[in-house]
Design a protein around this ligand. Sequence first.
Ligand SMILES: [Zn+2]
Length: 160
Amino acid sequence: MPEGASFCPSCGEDVDDSCIYCNECGKEITEEDVEKYNQLSEEERTALREDYLRKKSEEEAEWETYQKGQQERRQQELEQNAVREAQEEALNNEVAEYIKENITFDCKLTVSSSDSSINIQAKFVEAGYTLTAKIYHKDKATALPKFVQALTALHEAVGE
Ligand SMILES: [Zn+2]
């Protein structure tokens, strides 16, 4: 900091003589700027200070608004994920129930789903056979009865 200066010429903050950059606003303190600042009247210095403080509080408010927005978006994402997971689980259960209701034998069923498809795995534990199918959501009504038919045929062939 240039000799004789005790206020930052950018923000008007009281600063240490050894500073090159202002601790308050982070701006470089140049001799030229200090000279200009020293020529200001008391009112102009007060105005400069007030202007800086107003801008600072505006920036802080903007940052807070931004942070809040980010938080809300994260919250919405979590809620949407929870809804989607619940929908997938309900669909998985519905498919498993449908299969169980339409077969008269035991098998180990695993159902999972994605945005586009339902993935079914039916295992005859003792026989060691597994039937898997990937069914697109739009084909569910026709594909599920066919899967049950295929599963029944496999059961007849290999047992449980
Ligand atoms: Zn400053």
